[in-house]
Design a protein around this ligand. Structure first.
Ligand code: GLN
Length: 496
């Protein structure tokens, strides 16, 4: 088996044993990228020399006897919304074109310390606003299962890179579903940790009360290894949780649901869902039962109000966060010819630098926060958020974990929803409640839809700081299904 087809855990073990070098592993992936990128366009920035130089340093550290973590020498691709001190960081926006941060985000810095090698920066919807990567200022990313379809979003470059074997691991951020939905539609694993369980320091902010960094991988254990490597309290992030990190790797190895109580969210399966998605979902619920879980139906009626509440809260926070792009401090500056005021330069720069979806969100948020409307929109949405958190709490008194489809449909065709924001927003119908409540949730592949042969994801939601439960249930599903599929779901993906 070639290096690119190995799991991250296997690669880490081979490198630790000295059977293969980090440089060789990085080269194999860079070669794969050279072959796949003309079709996929998952990466915004690749720099072979910087990557190989990092790999050489890790090889030297290991040779000198330094003890690094289980992923030392393994490559990772970062969503281009995490600051990286040796690579540009753009958030896929023209307004940050050419910006090179002078520092690392906590996530990228911790992974660098643990010996992971950065393969490059991946594409996304501009400032992580979208569900398809079509809002990137640098072109769409294509789904490796079908090049005419989207890879999900906003972390679509990260999901496509892993699904196309360009990277064994990648990072993403999930504000409303941006890790779980792209993982679901590309047939891989994607996890949104508990809010505050992974640091936001050095992450370009979209909606600060929701933004959550998390891992992508082709299997549950690899995702757990990556999450464990960057998790833990960070004094540089004021909302970082100062509590022991859930043992996610151990949970992924446990892979056992016997005796667990699992709730099916009644509201998340019915009208508007693709039949093939529902068919796979109902099958996997039966599978959980056959593995010894006690499955019950749980009603969470307020989840239906999560989407509108999110589209008030997230734009409100973004309208404030994006005020920092003022043409003075970072990236683009338009019209600064000595004749214009700072205010005019700022207006020209923001008009030229932000794409249409970002402008829509800034206007929505500014409106929702304006005096006279604040209580009716933002204030009301915050109340809905509280009700949703309480409903989760009540549900988790009854069950250990909740399940639903990750997203109502499989990957949609490029262009299909580009002019229909509401249709685009609906991709996150099932994922948004966990962002509003801050609890942990994962998407694991559960099969292919009959209509189109495209991947379907199962979402597993667990309480705040119950990340280990997501991995435990996810690994059990993976183990049971893999023996049926033989060779994993991605082996069914058409070769590029
Ligand atoms: N698709 C959602 C949005 O456009 C979620 C994005 C995200 O999680 N970053 O806001």
């Amino acid at each position: 088996m070639s290096l690119i087809h190995k799991t991250a855990a296997e690669l880490g073990a081979l490198i630790a044993a000295g059977e293969v070098s980090s440089v060789e592993v990085a080269e194999a992936h860079l070669d794969r990228m050279a072959e796949a990128e003309p079709k996929i366009n998952a990466f915004l920035h690749v720099d072979r020399e910087t990557t190989l130089a990092q790999a050489r340093v890790v090889d030297d550290r290991l040779r000198s006897g330094e003890r690094l973590g289980p992923l030392a020498g393994v490559p990772v691709a970062h969503k281009d919304i995490f600051a990286t001190r040796d690579m540009p960081t753009t958030a896929a926006s023209k307004i940050l074109e050419g910006w090179r941060p002078p520092y690392d985000a906590t996530v990228t810095g911790r992974l660098r310390e643990a010996g992971l090698v950065i393969l490059g920066k991946t594409n996304l919807d501009e400032f992580a606003m979208g569900s398809s990567t079509e809002n990137s200022a640098y072109g769409v990313t294509r789904n490796p299962w079908d090049l005419t379809r989207v890879p999900g979003g906003s972390s679509g470059g990260s999901s496509a890179a892993v699904a196309a074997y360009e990277a064994p691991l990648s990072t993403g951020t999930d504000t409303g579903g941006s890790i779980r939905q792209p993982a679901s539609v590309t047939g891989i694993v994607g996890m949104k940790p508990t809010y505050g369980g992974s640091s936001r320091y050095g992450l370009i902010a979209f909606a600060s009360s929701l933004d959550t960094p998390g891992p992508f991988a082709r299997n549950v254990l690899d995702a757990a290894l990556l999450q464990e490597a960057f998790s833990g309290h960070d004094p540089l992030d004021s909302t970082s949780i100062d509590a022991p990190v859930p043992s996610v790797v151990e949970a992924a190895r446990t892979a056992d649901v016997a005796g667990m109580r699992i709730g099916v969210v009644k509201e998340f399966a019915g009208e508007g869902y693709q039949p093939g998605v529902l068919a796979r979902f109902h099958e996997v619920v039966q599978l959980l039962e056959s593995l010894g879980a006690k499955v019950v139906e749980v009603s969470c009626p307020s989840f239906a109000t999560a989407l509108p509440a999110y589209y008030l809260i997230a734009p409100s926070e973004c309208s404030s966060n994006l005020a920092r792009f003022d043409a003075m401090r970072y990236g683009l500056r338009v019209g600064d010819d000595g004749t214009r005021s700072a205010e005019e330069v700022m207006a020209l720069t923001r008009a030229a630098g932000f794409g249409p979806e970002v402008k829509r969100r800034i206007m929505l948020g500014t409106y929702a926060l304006s005096s006279g409307y604040y209580d009716a929109y933002y204030g009301q949405a915050q109340k809905v958020r509280t009700v949703i958190s309480r409903e989760f709490e009540a549900a988790f008194h009854q069950v250990d974990a909740l399940v639903s489809p990750t997203t109502p449909t499989t990957a949609f065709p490029i262009g299909e929803r580009a002019d229909d924001p509401i249709a685009m927003y609906l991709a996150d119908l099932c994922t948004i409640p966990s962002n509003l409540a801050g609890n942990a949730a994962i998407s694991v592949p559960c099969g292919l839809a009959d209509e189109d042969g495209l991947p379907v994801g199962l979402q597993i939601m667990a309480p705040v700081l119950g990340d280990d439960r997501c991995y435990r249930v996810g690994a059990a599903v993976e183990k049971a299904l893999e023996s049926r599929w033989g060779g994993g779901l991605l082996s069914k993906a058409p070769a590029l």
